[in-house]
Each structure stands twice: as structure tokens, then as C-alpha cells.
Design a protein around this ligand. Structure first.
Ligand SMILES: Cc1cc2nc3c(=O)[nH]c(=O)nc-3n(C[C@H](O)[C@H](O)[C@H](O)COP(=O)(O)O)c2cc1C
Length: 412
């Protein structure tokens, strides 16, 4: 079976035209030592661009220092424009586009105490389970002034992304970060107009999207990533996922990438299977604790299945006309053909491109039919090692040079 020819045709997303349908999904690179936009990060994305994907996504670009989850993360500001410009130039050299994922952690922050607020903001106030290790035991409920401040941060980040040469920005509304803390009933029990039903819970994320669209939407693509389901009883189900998609469509989002699950409560819903267990001990304490905090149940571990998000994604496909990017467990030609024939406009690839950034070219020229990625998820445990996110398997894009992660991209 050959790769569906549609997957190698251009697609228009707002003001942007992509050369094909393959998008590198955001996978936190861990290549920004102390926030430096490094040569290592730039090379990582250049490899993906060289490897044939139409667009590569730079993961987790925080809208402010307070918005970071970890210290070794990018912050989109005027101080990072020059280095991000080197990165986007390197991507553009290969005919690909670059997208910046912009986001704020809310209460999901693990920064050393001195670097950010001791009482992080969220939809709700009260006990902050994520803050136990860093002394941020309480979170504060966002006021209207806080909402204006943070939506302006998103706008500024989008403007900086545009000035840095990015072709698109992806507003992260999934996985449990600040905007998801409004969307999911796990974290949002507000009694005002920002809490209650899904329309109310989407009110603030929608406002952020509208402001960003007004600011940059004529010049660069404004996409959104969200969780179709929270993957946990008491959280959003696909019924809410469909409503979220409709609201994003009505608000004018140029494309939605359909993710799944929450970082801690349902990581197996995000990845299609759990993180590695006892035998793997990542040096980063927080990731180690995250692995321990994975939901424990008497049920056997979810077994990885290719296209594990397809059934929910199809329901969203049937409900909206906006461009949709399928994401989750796409690993071979048959998967790609299925996604295209189900009417999705683009296909997101995370782990398969960590394993082999050249996969798209190889699929196109027929030299490879299946990714060698085994979904072992050990790339996740390497995220905050000096070399950054990489595949542990032979043949993968391992062997990053840690020293490149400390050199600014523009100074190499
Ligand atoms: C190492 C790693 C880091 C990730 N970091 C992010 C991130 O920073 N932001 C995000 O939205 N998703 C992140 N993800 C989730 C992916 O974007 C994607 O949802 C997930 O890997 C499923 O897609 P796949 O089956 O193609 O890998 C990460 C995934 C991996 C493997």
C-alpha cells in the first residue's frame, strides 16, 4: 500500500499554506538550559524540517517566567527573538514552516521557589497538589484583572513569535495547563460566568483565542491544541470535547490539534499507554514523582494501540468543518491513509519523529513503511537530561550533544 497521495498535497491553515499534511507535534525538548533558545533546539527542529514534515512545533514556549513549568524552558519575549529567529531561519531553509506552542502553566509549575510566584494562579483557589514539592501549597483563583493580564501575555507572546519568524502559533488548551485548568471540571468549580457548563468553562480560553486572533491572525496561523477527553471519570468526556471544538470553530481558530488526557491524572490517555514504571529512574525528581503519581488501579495497563484517539476524533470530525489535525499513535502508512480517508486535514506526529525525524521523506520515497518507534515512552524520561528529549532506540535521533543546549542558537 502506498501513502495516500492526499497526505503530500498542500493545505491552507488561515493565512498559511503548508506543503503537506505532516505536522511535528510539540514534544517538550528540554533543550533550553536556563531558558536559552539553544543551538541544540534549533538543530532538533531543523532535522524535522529536513526530514520532510511541513511544519515543526516548538514545544512549551511560556508566555512569562511565571508561566513556565520548569526552569530550562523557553519564554517568548523580546530577549529571545534573535535566537528564535535563527531557529525559524534554519527550518525555513528546508521549505518547512515553524510553529510556536504558547502556554502558561497556571498551578502546574515546578520552578525553584525564587523564580516565580509562591501562590500560582489557576481557575480555582485552594490546595495545590502540584505545589507540594516546591512549597506552593496554595493556588489563587484568577480575578478579572488577572485574566486581562494573562490574556495580554498570550497576545505579547504571539507578537514575539511573529517577530521571530514563526509561521504559526499553537495556543495550548490541553493537558492540564492554565487554560485547561479552566476547561476541565477537575480544576474549575467556579460559580461565576467562568465556571459551570462547558460554555462557561470555555469563556476565558475563548477570550484568549479571540485576542490573539485579533493581534496576529491576519499574518500567521493561530491554531489550538486541546484534550478531546480528560480520560478520567468526572472530567470532560467526548460530549464536551465536541462542544469545545464547536466553540473554537465559531471563534475562528485556524485549526485544532486533537490531543487527549491530562498530564498527571490520565497520562495514559495522552500517550495511549502509561509512562515506563519501576525499572526506569529519571534523574529529574519531578518526572520521577510524576511517574509514581500515574493513576494506580487494579486494571491492567492500557496497551498501546495505533491511532488510539481515532474514535473520539472521528466524532469531532463529524461535528465541525474547521481544519483538524489528528494526533495520537500514527506510526505507519496504513495509519496515515486511515486518518486522511476519515477526513482529517493534517496528521500530528510526536514520538515517531523523535525516533526518526526523516520519517516523512522516507514514507514519501517508499524506503520506510513503519516507524520503528515502540511507544516505550522512555523519551519522556529523557526530557530534562542534559541532552534533552531523544529516543533511546538505535536508529533514533538520539546522541544530542548536551553542550549545544547551552549555546544560544544565534551565536554558533
Ligand atoms: C517527550 C514528549 C514530550 C511532550 N511534550 C509535550 C509538550 O510540551 N506539549 C504538548 O502539547 N504535548 C507534548 N507531548 C505530547 C505529544 O504532543 C503528543 O500528544 C503525544 O506524544 C501523542 O502523539 P504521538 O502518538 O504521535 O507521539 C509530549 C510527548 C512526548 C513523547
Amino acid at each position: 500500500m502506498n501513502t495516500n497521495s492526499l497526505s503530500f498535497t498542500p493545505i491552507k491553515i488561515g493565512p498559511l499554506t503548508l506543503k503537506n499534511r505532516f505536522i511535528k507535534a510539540a514534544t517538550n525538548e528540554g533543550m533550553c538550559k536556563n531558558g536559552i533558545i539553544s543551538k541544540g533546539l534549533s538543530k532538533f527542529h531543523e532535522e524535522v524540517a529536513k526530514g520532510g514534515a511541513a511544519m515543526t512545533t516548538v514545544a512549551y514556549c511560556a508566555t512569562s517566567k511565571d508561566g513556565q513549568t520548569f526552569i530550562d524552558q523557553a519564554h517568548l519575549s523580546k530577549n529571545t527573538t534573535k535566537d528564535f529567529k535563527s531557529l525559524t531561519d534554519a527550518v525555513h531553509k528546508h521549505g518547512a514552516a515553524a510553529q510556536a506552542q504558547i502556554t502558561h502553566a497556571g498551578a502546574f509549575t515546578f520552578l525553584p521557589k525564587q523564580f516565580s510566584s509562591l501562590k500560582p494562579i489557576s481557575a480555582n483557589g485552594g490546595f495545590n497538589k502540584f505545589g507540594v514539592m516546591t512549597g506552593r501549597y496554595l493556588k489563587q483563583k484568577m480575578t478579572r484583572d488577572d485574566m486581562d493580564k494573562i490574556s495580554n501575555e498570550f497576545v505579547q507572546a504571539a507578537i514575539h513569535a511573529k517577530e521571530s519568524g514563526f509561521d504559526a502559533i499553537e495556543i495550548h488548551m490541553g493537558h492540564g495547563y492554565l487554560l485547561a485548568q479552566f476547561i476541565t471540571p477537575f480544576y474549575n468549580t467556579r460559580k461565576d460566568i467562568y465556571g459551570g457548563n462547558i460554555d462557561n468553562r470555555m469563556r476565558y480560553p475563548k477570550e484568549v483565542l479571540s485576542k490573539v486572533l485579533d493581534a496576529v491572525g491576519n499574518d500567521i496561523a493561530v491554531t489550538v491544541k486541546f484534550s478531546q477527553t480528560d480520560g478520567k471519570i468526572g472530567g470532560n468526556t467526548i460530549e464536551e470535547g465536541i462542544e469545545i471544538a464547536k466553540i473554537l470553530e465559531n471563534s475562528g481558530a485556524h485549526m485544532a490539534q486533537l490531543s487527549n488526557g491530562l498530564n498527571v491524572e490520565s497520562i495514559d490517555t495522552m500517550f495511549g499507554n502509561p509512562l515506563p514504571k519501576s525499572s526506569v529512574k529519571p534523574k529529574n525528581l519531578i518526572i520521577r514523582v510524576g511517574m509514581l503519581m500515574q493513576p494506580k488501579s487494579n486494571e491492567p495497563d492500557k496497551e498501546f494501540k495505533q491511532l488510539y484517539s481515532l474514535e473520539t476524533a472521528k466524532k469531532i470530525r463529524n461535528a465541525v468543518d474547521m481544519p483538524l489535525c489528528y494526533l495520537g499513535g500514527a506510526q505507519n502508512i496504513s495509519n496515515i491513509n486511515t486518518v486522511m480517508s476519515e477526513g482529517f486535514d493534517a496528521i500530528g506526529l510526536g514520538r515517531a519523529l523523535i525516533y526518526d525525524p526523516n520519517l516523512v521523506n522516507s514514507l514519501q520515497n517508499g524506503s520506510v513503511r513503519n516507524s520503528g518507534c515502540t511507544a516505550c515512552n522512555q523519551c519522556v524520561t529523557l526530557m530534562y537530561t542534559p541532552g534533552g528529549t531523544a529516543c533511546v532506540e538505535d536508529g533514533g535521533y538520539g546522541g544530542h550533544k548536551p553542550e549545544l543546549n547551552t549555546i544560544p542558537a544565534s551565536q554558533y
